[in-house]
Design a protein around this ligand. Structure first.
Ligand SMILES: [Zn+2]
Length: 144
């Protein structure tokens, strides 16, 4: 039987409700309390999923770049050019996702790509700094 479930999104802390068959879940041995505690709303779920996918693509490119540099590939210049172009597209996508999620004006800087190109093994730190910076923009600059 369906029951109304009220939960707080673990990311944005908004309270929401939906209907689900908890009795069935309990019978299957599910820890419903823990499950409810870990729920997130659709907006946050989509954001985190899209962000994760984009970061995964960036990490693959950084891997390609690091290998090409380590092996001093003959076509290193070409590899760097292609990686740079793709990183430009992906970091713009990531920037739009992060800015939209935090309701701030979309901002992207060429430096985002340059920083990753300089230290591909530190790409995650570069992304973390960017996301943190956007999330900490004062609320008065927010556009809705
Ligand atoms: Zn949320």
């Amino acid at each position: 039987m369906n029951q109304e479930i009220t939960y707080t999104c673990r990311f944005c802390k908004t309270t929401r409700t939906f209907e689900a068959d908890t009795e069935g879940a309990i019978k299957l041995g599910m820890n419903v309390g823990l499950w409810i505690k870990n729920l997130c709303c659709e907006r946050c779920g989509n954001y985190h999923w899209e962000k994760k996918k984009t970061i995964w693509k960036i990490s693959k490119l950084c891997g390609v770049l690091a290998i090409a540099r380590n092996q001093c590939s003959e076509d290193l210049k070409d590899v760097e050019k292609v990686v740079d172009e793709r990183l430009t597209v992906l970091t713009k996508k990531l920037a739009h996702l992060v800015c939209d999620y935090h309701f701030v004006q979309r901002t992207w800087d060429r430096e985002f790509v340059d920083s990753i190109m300089q230290c591909p093994d530190k790409f995650y730190a570069v992304i973390k700094v960017y996301v943190k910076g956007i999330s900490e923009i004062p609320r008065e600059n927010i556009v809705i």
